[in-house]
Design a binder for this molecule. Structure first.
Ligand SMILES: NC(=O)c1ccc[n+]([C@@H]2O[C@H](COP(=O)([O-])OP(=O)(O)OC[C@H]3O[C@@H](n4cnc5c(N)ncnc54)[C@H](OP(=O)(O)O)[C@@H]3O)[C@@H](O)[C@H]2O)c1
Length: 338
């Protein structure tokens, strides 16, 4: 079987595809033949050596995949051969086959496609965790989200809509205006407009209830300023550390150096909250599983449906990642291993 590896840090041309023996499951494990695997912005940062919580190189990235079970180890009775599943791979999802603990696979209802399954966990799980689990999202809330046209951004828009939230402000690059507006968001050009003043002017000067910031660095303080009293800021990324597909240490260091230090006394006086969110480092996995159960209910009811930007053959992984680096995606990018 073939799998994609990051042999060392580098640009998209450093990615390799290698041949390996098919995995054999041990007790309690299953082997899944993967059809689709999700690409996340974090995969790009890992390739550049900017992520901080990935395995040592060489390793196979890929947090999420969907496929069919092809073999099971002793003691597995929760799942059978031939079953279609979502595989919460942790790492290793960029592969034709993956071997993992049986409790990390979730059977797929018949109506759910491999595309939907592979596109849902990380983006929707993260959006749900922030807005619903931490944020107590309510119908009358206003939400600011950056990278509004991307994987998490589109998930935020759909979850907000499902919760009856009508005022969503989304920042993105200029060519994505129509797309962002089509999702029911008020578009803000991330380069030429000041999102803080837009947030204030659309909320009678008060500011938003939730600010979802994957940009990091000094951008975080602007998102914090866009909040009303009692608002919540979610810090869950550092895209401003990335400049193009080759690593720029100067850009990464500048993000790091400009990251604000929040003053708890000032936060107390304005009742604002700042959450740090890293879904890969949740100690209690049952929290994430609970989110997935809720989201699969919403998917089956038609309240959410992942927007797929594009599906690329896995041999085109470098081009697929370049597509994200070039800020061209509208929704989720998937790899096809079928
Ligand atoms: N902490 C967590 O657990 C967690 C989980 C999931 C995602 N995240 C974070 O959430 C963010 C979104 O993730 P995603 O996987 O859904 O990706 P995504 O939003 O689809 O990422 C691609 C988009 O990000 C924007 N962008 C901003 N800075 C960029 C840069 N330096 N290089 C390339 N694109 C840039 C571009 O859109 P525009 O230019 O139009 O804005 C681009 O189209 C990422 O920062 C990711 O690390 C965190």
């Amino acid at each position: 079987m073939k799998k994609i590896i990051y042999p060392k840090t580098g640009g998209v041309d450093s990615i390799e595809i290698i041949e390996e023996k098919e995995p054999v499951p041990s007790d309690g494990e299953v082997v899944v033949r993967i059809h689709r695997s999700g690409i996340n912005f974090a995969d790009l940062m890992m390739r550049q050596g900017l992520y901080g919580s990935n395995p040592d190189y060489p390793f196979t990235p890929g947090y999420e995949a969907a496929g069919e079970v092809v073999s099971i180890g002793d003691g597995v009775d929760s799942i059978g051969i031939g079953e279609r599943v979502l595989a919460m791979t942790g790492f290793g999802g960029y592969s034709e086959m993956v071997c993992l603990d049986a409790n990390r696979v979730i059977p797929l209802p018949e109506s759910v496609t491999y595309d939907q399954a592979a596109a849902l966990p990380v983006t929707y799980g993260t959006a749900y965790h922030m807005l619903v689990y931490l944020g107590n999202l309510a119908e009358e809330d206003t939400v600011l989200v950056h990278h509004a046209a991307g994987g998490v951004g589109t998930a935020v828009a759909q979850i907000c809509k499902a919760y009856g939230v009508s005022k969503i402000i989304g920042t993105a690059s200029a060519p994505k205006r129509k797309f962002v507006e089509s999702l029911g968001m008020h578009f803000v050009d991330s380069k030429s407009e000041d999102f803080v003043s837009v947030c204030k002017s659309l909320t009678d000067g008060k500011g938003v209830h939730h600010a979802i910031d994957p940009v990091g660095g000094k951008h975080l303080m602007r998102s914090y300023r866009a909040l009303r009293r009692g608002g919540k800021l979610y810090c869950f990324g550092a895209s401003s550390a990335v400049k193009g597909e080759k690593r720029s240490m100067a850009t990464a260091m500048s993000m790091w150096a400009s990251t604000p230090k929040f003053d708890p006394l000032k936060m107390m006086r304005s009742n604002k909250a700042v959450f740090g969110v890293h879904m890969g480092l949740l100690d209690d996995e049952s929290i994430f599983k609970g989110h997935l159960e809720a989201l699969s209910g919403m998917l089956l009811k038609g309240q959410i449906d992942p927007i797929i930007d594009s599906v690329w053959r896995f041999e085109q992984v470098a081009e697929a990642q370049k597509h994200m680096h070039d800020r061209k995606n509208r929704g989720k990018i998937l790899l096809d291993f079928s």
